[in-house]
Design a protein around this ligand. Structure first.
Ligand SMILES: [Mg+2]
Length: 366
């Protein structure tokens, strides 16, 4: 850091827990609330914002492990250097999971802060024009009855989204008949011109995934996400080579090395900017996937991801996830809903998003 560069003066993290609007579950988890851990980084009178969806303990990781590394030592005009220092500092704590989510939120905030200080939109700082980023509707929880599922799907299609994704693999893959019934229902609601995706969240064993996958092929489903556990790289590769539809995984990617193991066994690599190590790691992972000839799809956090997704060649689409869209509507200023099925990064400095402090305070935890 040179003497002329601004120095990061504070890094603060807070956790907010927002209840779901109705009970939610996928193939392998049930939940009734989502926690957002938001980070604000300050320098030279400006504020940068980032967040992740993680247990509230991630805020403590930011305060105890990450903030001391940056405050007074790093410039927001060199975000990749700051992120490298964070990664070095967590050697003993471990790089993945909760720590990776905390690093991601801080990295996003530092990039946002730097871009605001330079007065440029993030996409420009990443070297690209603000092209539209296609999004697909995502939700379709296994807890929904047929009417609720149909209503959500109709809402997305009415909005102009060109693809939708529902959860299958109910109760660890033991409700295969209901899974397929819901897929057939979804197809009848959205019609043949809208892409239909499914996500099993690792619920099936290999045999079940293959049998369900054959039926999904007949129904014209294009995307089978986590048909088996993401730990089962051999199973993912076998399904990718057996089925017509695209096999996708990668939402737990926490660094470049993980991505390099996952990318060769899927048709499309999913990356979550709020888990992988922030914008810094996203850009490395996207380059690695491109070198392997594998497209990238953004997992969740649509509004934070749009600026870097717009600057990513080989970006297929971005997940417009029910829970997180709802939380952003409630807690964040500066977002704009998709138009013609795509998000367009705002032409304002940084990513343009800010936490609504007073509103958010109602949901504060920890
Ligand atoms: Mg998923």
């Amino acid at each position: 850091m040179t003497d002329r560069e601004p120095s990061i003066s504070s890094v603060e993290a807070r956790a907010y827990t927002v209840p779901t609007d109705r009970p939610e579950a996928d193939g392998t988890l049930v939940w009734d609330a989502t926690t957002m851990v938001a980070v604000e980084v300050r320098a030279a009178g400006e504020v940068g914002t980032g967040w992740t969806y993680a247990p509230a303990a991630a805020a403590r990781v930011v305060a105890d492990l990450l903030a001391p590394v940056l405050v007074g030592h790093h410039s927001p005009l060199a975000p990749a250097d700051a992120q490298a220092a964070l990664v070095r500092a967590v050697r003993n704590a471990g790089r993945g999971g909760l720590v990776g989510m905390a690093i991601s939120a801080v990295d996003i905030a530092v990039w946002d802060l730097g871009a605001r200080l330079l007065g440029v939109p993030l996409t420009r700082w990443f070297g690209s024009a603000a092209r539209p980023v296609p999004v697909y509707g995502s939700g379709g929880f296994t807890t929904y009855d047929d009417d609720q599922l149909a209503m959500e799907l109709e809402g997305w299609v009415t909005r102009g989204l060109r693809a939708v994704k529902i959860k299958i693999g109910e109760s660890w893959g033991t409700r295969g008949d209901r899974d397929l019934h819901r897929v057939e229902l979804a197809r009848s609601v959205v019609g043949d011109d809208v892409g239909l995706f499914v996500d099993a969240n690792g619920a099936y064993d290999l045999g079940r995934a293959r049998r369900v996958g054959r039926r999904l092929d007949e129904l014209g489903v294009r995307w089978f996400e986590e048909p088996v556990s993401s730990e089962d790289l051999r199973g993912l590769a076998l399904l990718r080579d057996t089925l017509d539809l695209d096999v996708a995984a990668g939402e737990y990617t926490h660094d470049l090395a993980y991505a390099q193991r996952m990318a060769p066994v899927v048709d499309c690599l999913q990356v979550d900017v709020t888990r992988c190590g922030g914008y810094t790691e996203w850009r490395r992972i996207a380059a690695a996937a491109a070198a392997l000839g594998v497209d990238v799809s953004a997992h969740c956090a649509p509004y934070l991801t749009a600026p870097v997704a717009a600057a990513t060649p080989g970006l297929r689409h971005l997940e417009w996830f029910h829970d997180q869209v709802r939380i952003v509507r409630e807690l964040v200023d500066g977002y704009a809903a998709p138009i013609d099925g795509a998000l367009r990064p705002a032409d304002v400095p940084g990513h343009g998003l800010r936490l609504r402090g007073e509103r958010a305070a109602e949901y504060r935890v920890g």
